[in-house]
Design a protein around this ligand. Sequence first.
Ligand SMILES: [Mg+2]
Length: 273
Amino acid sequence: MPADPRLQHALERLAFSPVLLVCMDFDGTMAPLTDRAEDARALPAAGAALAGLNDLPQTRTALVSGRALASLRNVAGPDERTLLVASHGAETWLGPDARPLELDEQQRGLLTVVTETISRVVEEHPGTGLERKPAGVVLHTRRAAPDVAGTATVAALRALEAIDGVHVMRGKMVVEASVVTASKGDGLATLRDVTGATGVLFAGDDVTDETAFTALTPGDVGVKVGDGRTCADYRVPDPEDVADLLGEVLRLRREALEMPLLDRDGLGPSMDE
Ligand SMILES: [Mg+2]
């Protein structure tokens, strides 16, 4: 049960939503942060709770991540019922009929330019790394010395500023340049549409998750993981708390579904207190 009684109360109400969508960021939320991106794994309790939610009727789950789709699949090993929003919304997997991402000619040209730009920054800053994504490129500075990480970040931001049409995002020890304008908030809105969700839970730890928090509507629940400024209404310290929270959501949702007349007909508990 969350330490914050306000959060517990919000979850109790959310559990009665006719169609519940549980969306989770992955790194730093479902999974503790790791030095090597490929080593990240969801905490077992968090993964089990998400799978349990997938077993329930009128209940959907999704991962909303900055990772490329292939990378997210690799580390998350998601249940096939869990929908995926990757590359901050530029790539999605919304079921077997989903269309893969396709760049137009201009976007492909821009991707070449930003890849060369970030490659030069990486060459000049030992310990930094480059990650290619289908719609962008990422500078990783987590494994560089702190002063090198700082100068690499500034160099990348300056160089990218000079390129028209590129969408730049900063996260924890990363600078990401995307040739597709997308955000986790857009991704969350898409998920809400395709699932017909009437209530959404979203948790995330990074600055890029803020667009998703702002895409929440009254009755939804947004949970910031860890420190840092946020527009989420609630906060928990770390991924262990997220696992506990998901376990609690699963318990509450089961309970709500067992109750007769779940407010499909407006007869359940009021949602607007
Ligand atoms: Mg994260």
